[in-house]
Design a protein around this ligand. Structure first.
Ligand code: MEV
Length: 317
């Protein structure tokens, strides 16, 4: 028997990094997925296969997570270990992950992989509720990314548009969606954990400034929620550009990102980096009046596509 589940990637419209320190973020999931397929095997091993690398670990060594290398595979062995232990099972497990989400560019591939793997592996025993999947996938991601806010996992589990903060969790954001988001990839691969640590150091050195920036982010998010409900694209675009200025101030933008944003804002309502930054992707807000012109301009500089919003979140197939 195979247990198969998939989960979408995401973009952060407002609030990345500041969400780690308690402000709200606004996110939506996109129509690019990771699919996880797992089955029991006769060998006493956990086998994980991904496009970025494969590994096998003997069941009696599974509890020793620190010895697992490469590190990015740790969450998947943690998921297998946790499921086997809780179900008092001693069968081997093979987990295969297939991805449509470009890796390391801010589109939530790591969280989507943890969500899909948690649902798939646990589904071999008993399908978990979405809330349980969220809790367990955040635990798994924390084995490699201690300070994750959990925002990416929340939107991957539930799909659609959400606001998220670390104290009250997520809330669905409902509004008339008559806009599109263009995603352009700077092709500068980043390491989320490293950039989040860099921001932590910035915060420790500039405590007052960082608090002021958090307050500004709070204000942007409040206005953005309002602009969303009114479907005011000019306002939303302007707020995205304001949010980008805060991200510039905490040092997570790059020259390539600035070049892409300058090009996008010639025609789009607004544009900003999305996710951890240090490269990765930008998002640009457009509608039928400026999608084609913005795409044509950005295509001269980067790979880009129009993202469709995913409303399903994690699904068993
Ligand atoms: C990464 O997609 C988003 C960050 O805010 C980190 C997090 O929320 O865990 C940079």
């Amino acid at each position: 028997m195979k247990s198969i589940a998939s989960a979408p990637g995401k973009v952060i419209l407002f609030g990345e990094h500041f969400v780690v320190y308690g402000t709200k973020a606004i996110l939506c999931s996109i129509d690019k997925r990771i699919t996880a397929s797992s089955q029991f095997i006769n060998e006493k091993k956990a086998i994980v296969k991904t496009v970025l690398g494969n590994k096998e670990v003997r069941l009696d060594e599974l509890g020793n997570l620190d010895s697992i290398s490469p590190k990015f595979l740790k969450p998947f062995f943690y998921i297998a270990y946790d499921a086997l232990r809780r179900n008092s099972h001693d069968k081997g497990i093979e987990l295969i992950l297939e991805s449509e989400i470009p890796h390391g560019v801010g589109l939530g591939s790591s969280s989507a992989a943890c969500v899909a793997a948690t649902a798939s592996v646990n589904g071999l025993f008993k399908k978990l509720s979405k809330n349980e999947i969220l809790k367990k996938s955040i635990e798994a991601e924390k084995t490699i990314f201690k300070h994750t806010s959990g925002a990416d996992s929340a939107v991957s589990v539930f799909g659609g548009f959400l606001t998220y903060d670390t104290t009250s969790g997520f809330q669905e954001l409902s509004f008339k969606n008559n806009f599109d988001l263009i995603i352009a990839n700077s092709a500068q691969i980043h390491n989320t954990q490293r950039i989040v640590n860099q921001v932590k150091k910035f915060k420790e050195k500039n405590e007052n400034l960082f608090n002021e920036l958090c307050a500004k982010e709070d204000e942007i998010i409040k206005n953005a929620i309002h602009a969303f409900t009114e479907n005011n694209l000019e306002k939303m675009g302007m707020l995205m550009s304001e949010n980008q200025k805060l991200l510039e101030q905490i040092g997570v933008s790059t020259e390539k990102i600035r070049t892409l944003i300058n090009e996008a804002t010639k025609t789009a309502y607004g544009s900003k980096l999305t996710g951890a930054g240090g490269g990765g992707c930008i998002i640009s807000l457009v509608d039928k009046n400026n999608t084609e012109s913005t795409l044509a301009n950005l295509r001269k500089l980067a790979d880009c596509f129009v993202a469709k919003v995913d409303y399903d979140g994690m699904v068993y197939t």
